[in-house]
Design a protein around this ligand. Sequence first.
Ligand code: 4NP
Length: 151
Amino acid sequence: MSVKVLMVCLGNICRSPLAEGILQAKLPNNYIVDSAGTANYHVGTAPDKRSVVTARKFGVDISQQKCRQITKSDFENFDHIYVMDTSNYKNVLAIAPNEAAKQKVKVILNELHPDKNLEVPDPYYGDMQGFEHVYKLLDEVCEVIAAKIKS
Ligand code: 4NP
């Protein structure tokens, strides 16, 4: 059975597009991976160029992704909803329609460091080093997620 994973950040242009591309690249094609933002600032646009360039440097193409905002139907359509930070967590829980939906929402780095609620930092106002740091964090945790959902 194919598993469906949604990656969520604030803008859906920096972190969650990277998380989507990285996890998809580690999984067979029948696993659905998508991403969305809690905000609607950038709906319809491609990911931030700095995320596109960073992903390309490591062999992952995210250039064709389009930004969208999370919706209530995502809680039905996806099995796991991974958020990047505690602010995303609060915002996503606030629109979760029921308890089963809430159970699907997880802070992504808890897959590496259980219960610590560590955050994938928002690189938007920083430099390329910040994007590379985010890439490496997500690559490490997506390795764990891929192994877990394939097993
Ligand atoms: P993201 O980063 O949540 O990783 O996509 C951000 C992108 C845009 C903004 C904030 C964070 N913004 O304020 O426009």
